[in-house]
Structures are given as C-alpha cells and as structure tokens.
Write a protein that binds this ligand. Sequence first.
Ligand SMILES: [Zn+2]
Ligand SMILES: [Zn+2]
Length: 508
Amino acid sequence: MDYCKYHPMDGATYYCRQCDIHHCDCCINDEKNKRHTVHCFLCDSVLESLGSANTVTPFWRRLNEAFKYPLNSSSMSLIVITSIISVIAVLMPFLWILSIVMYLFAAGAMLKYSFTCLERTAMGEMKAPDVMEAYQGGIKLLFQLILITIVMTVFAGLATYFVGVALGGVLGVIAVITFPAVLIRFAQTENMFSALNPVAAIGLITAIGLPYGLLIVFMLIMMTSVGVLHEWINAILPAGAVFVQSVVSSFYTVVMFHLMGYMLFQYQQELGYSARSDDDDEQPDRSDLERMSANMDVLLKEGEYEKLVGLYYQAFKQFPNEANFFDRFFELLYVCKKQALMADYGLTYLEFLVRKKRFDKLTTTFKQINLLVPDYVPDSPAIRVQIATFLRQQGDLKLAVKILNGMHKLYPDYADLPNAYTLLAECLNDLPNMQAQAEKCRQMAAQLARRAEAKKVELEMQRQARQATGAVPASTGNPKVRRGPPAGTSSGLTLELVPLDAPVVDKI
Ligand SMILES: [Zn+2]
Ligand SMILES: [Zn+2]
C-alpha cells in the first residue's frame, strides 16, 4: 500500500509517473478541464488514478490484527460469561423454557456486541468497542438482527422442505454466502427490509468482488474448525466441549464481524458509489481557493519556493480579501528569514492589515519586518502615518520619528503632509532635548499647510480659468505649479530637518 507523500497517514489515490510521487485526493490539481483529467501540482502532467482499493490494507493482509481484535479484557469477559451461560443452559434440560431463554440471551448479547464491532470497524475504528458501550444502541436493533438471522434460516429450511434436499441445499449455501452481505447492508442502511433485499445483497457482493469470496472461504474454514474442535474435546470431556466450542465460536464471530466491518470500511467508496451513481454532481467540487491552498502546501513541502512565491502573489490578486493567504505568506517569510522577499512584501501586508482594519497587528508586524530587514520603512506615506500614530500611542516615539522623518522630500505631493509633520512635532516634543526640533517641525507643518492651501487656491483659479477659456492647457500648467513653491518658501527648513534622525537615535 502506498501513502501520500505529503500526508504520510493517508493512502495514495493518484500517482505521478513524471515525478514518481504518490498523491492523496487533497494533493492533486482537480481543476475542471475538457478531458476531465487530474493533474500534478508540480509538473502538471496527467495523474494515474490508483482507485480507493489502495487506500486501505486488504483484510487478508491484516488477519493477524483481526485475530487480536477480541483479545482485550472487555470483549473476552463477555465471551466467557456468555459461554458459561450457554453451558448452564445446556446442563439443565429439565427447565427447558428457562434454558431456551438463557441460551437466547447469551446468543443475543453476543450478536449485538459483534454487530457493534462491525459498525465501529466500518467507521474506521480498529479497536474493539467497550462492552457496556455496545449495548447503548437499544433492543430494537438486536431484535432486527435476530429476525434477519431467523428469516434467512427459515428460508433455507423451507426450501429444503418444499423443493427437496438438493435444491434446498443450494439455497442454503446461497443463504450462507449472502449472510455477511446482508449484515453489511444492515450496518450500512440500518433498515431490515433493504438489508434482506437479495438484489442489493448481490449488488454488494459484485461491488466487493473477489475479496468477498475470500471472506466466505475464511468464514467456512472457521466454522469447520469449530466443528472439528468440538469433536476432539467431546471425546475427552463432554461438558467442557460445550464451553470451549462456545468460547471459540464467539471469538470467531467477533473476528468475522470485525472483518465484515472492515470490508465495508475498505470498500466504502465502491459501496457508496452504487447508491450515488445517479447524481454524480453531488460530490462537492473544491473551490479555487481550497485548490490553491492545497497547491501551496505541496509546493512548500517540496521546497519549490520560487513557484510558491509566484503562486502567493497570484493568490493575493485573485483573493484580495483572503486573510489566510496574506498571514501565511508573512509567517513563511518571517520564519524562513527571506529578507529580500520580506522587503518587497512588507508594504503589501501592511496595506492589507490597514484595509482589513486589523490595527492591533500593525505595529507588531512592522517591528517583525524590522527585525528581519533592519531600517525597513514602508514606501507609502499613508501607511507610515498610520503606523506612526499607533507607535506614538504605544510610546515608541523613536521609531515613530524614524518613519515620519524626511517625508516632505520623499512624498512632496502627499496631501496629508501637514498632518504628518504635526504628528512628528508631537513625537519630538515628548522626547528629551528635542523641543527645538519639535518647534521647527511645527513651523514646517504650518508652512506645508499654507503651501497646500495656496496650491488649492491656485488649482481652483486654474480650474476657473479653464472653465472660462474652454478647457485646453490642463496638463501643461499643473506640474509647474507643483514643483514651484518648495524652491522659494521652504528651502531653509528642508535643509535643517533632514539630518534630524541621527541625533535622535544617538540620544535615546
Ligand atoms: Zn496528500
Ligand atoms: Zn508530477
């Protein structure tokens, strides 16, 4: 049995010849295409389907475990106690009604427990259930189980009686052969009538195929061995024979029911498929998002970082609101210490946090980026102001000053520049020995505000002039106005403010 390379606990369902890699259902590119093929995330070649038979070890490969299945104190106590009850029932033929009741009680208890084993195994539980737990299902199921057994026995008996021994024998054999199928169907549907439906039973047998035949052979061997064992012991100790036979057959019954449950577990897809085949569409398609996420997992586990980074950037474009992608990529870069990529991605992530109003993470993220990329400052005036505001609230004035400083040179056209400098002035004001710098900053803010005002007026006048003349020289006039004022009005301040961050860093 092969397992998924990326999920070592899951059986493989696909195989890539090109990469020599086994995949599970999760690790494949199942994007809809014209040829309805499934592709490899790594090399994009068509994958070979392995079928679900591969996902579970076949039952004959785990007979060892199957025989150990009832070997626990809980199951064994039940087996021994019911066997003792059967022996007592056999030993008192004078009270025959009581003895029949006791016998039925023992058999019923054993049958109910075995059936619980079947159901639990079918759900993938490979440990025998606790005896007390097994009787929570209620008495109705037990009666249905007994009824099923009686119906099948009576059917074979009546056939022998009415149509003769030969044909009756054949029908009896058929009854024995279909009995496990009926029980598996009953566990599957919990409906007595649909379980007893011979067509459904035959459908189940053909769906499982050869392994079902093996199960029957196995069952017959066990039954014969119980008979042989009985013969042996009966010759030595007649009373003990009943006990030993009862213990052994109960033990075998639990093993058989466990195996039947295992068969249901192993062939769940095939068995479920026959019921679902009419509406194939019912199987939910993976969304692009889930598929992309699976693709990322595969690329990450393969160490295909280049492809992975490309895929993440594609994901950011395709799913701009999917926090999972943004967070994971940030974590990845941070943990893997990818400096260059982080310097590139930092702004995207900070902008995402602001867009999603996750302000609580803003400063910690900024500091994390700084740990990896020293002197990192996001290349966006709005984000800088946003982070600086929070840094100031948290009392981290030094860092706030660092990211606000020099913004008038870098972003001369940023509309909120006056506010940025007011903020910078406030930060400097709270720092020791920085009052003079703060005062300069305040002046700068005032000057920038005036300049912005003047620009607004000028633009307004231009607009009016354009309206008056008929909208011609819009593009030629604008740049000149923008570049003009700094040369005249704020040149003195520009020079003094730029080297400001050096003394700040030294003094703190
Ligand atoms: Zn997988
Ligand atoms: Zn491949």
